[in-house]
Write a protein that binds this ligand. Sequence first.
Ligand SMILES: [Zn+2]
Length: 326
Amino acid sequence: MYGYEILHEEIAESLIKNVRERTVQHAYIFEGEEGVGSLECAGLFAQTLVCEKDDTAPCTVCNACIMAKAETHPDIYFIKPIPGKKNITVDQIRTVVTDAYTKPYESGRKVYIIAYGDDMNEQAQNAFLKVLEEPPQYAVFIILAENYESLLATIRSRCTRVRFNPVTNAKIREYVKKHFPDETEKLEFLVRYSGGVAGNVEKILGAENFIPLRATAFDKLESLLSNRFLDAYVIADFVEENKDDADLILKFWQEFVRDIMLIQSECRELVQNGDFIDRLINISNRVPEKRIVRTQEQLLLAQKMRRRYVSLHTLCLRLAFSIKKK
Ligand SMILES: [Zn+2]
């Protein structure tokens, strides 16, 4: 779409319509998992906002469009944590606020895209609030956030919320075929594990240890499902040791447990992890259905709580203990 990889066409079309009809808001929160497609959409929206043609933006051929696409437009700012820092700092935000009150250089607008906005601490968010309270009429702020609730209520109330949900399997299939034509053998595998998030496809293909990690995660399934409380520490330690892949591990377990539920409900033909079928059947014969269902519930909960917990270890202990409770 206009040279961008847009997976949420309806959202993009509606934002473009806002520009053409001059109903643009001052601030947006693009809410969605990293890699889901919100960043690309923010790029297209920013290009549309600075395009020289009002009614046909983004025209894709004017100077502004060309610079925006090349990420060299002087009125489009991309703010992200500086190398070595975990979050955007309050000083970075203060610079944005000061800069926002100076007029645009080239176009009629200034666009600020703020990555990982929900990771800003309270001090940075409060500094940002100042410009949201009295935004210059030419400024548009786009905050990218995975967790809407992590933003201050005072910020949320001044922004238009745009949700980017995971896309359908069919879209991910198309995406893989287009961008990774050599990986069609892994197609269904990638579709299953990406969870509707295109960015995860790259992550999976890039993770050299994906296959061995999946096998180890399967080995740890016994500890996850057992009723021995000490096994909770095995689980927490394992996830902590692989903390960069924690989300993937939770996803693996969800997939395995889902298969066990299918076997227990006599739907063996729907099992996805066919390479582990014998061991899956063995577990489904030994572990009571009630505990399997509880495990799936707790895995989903843990995934949701991921970003709220300071300690991954504590989160996983909580997960494993809740499966083992009587
Ligand atoms: Zn243009």
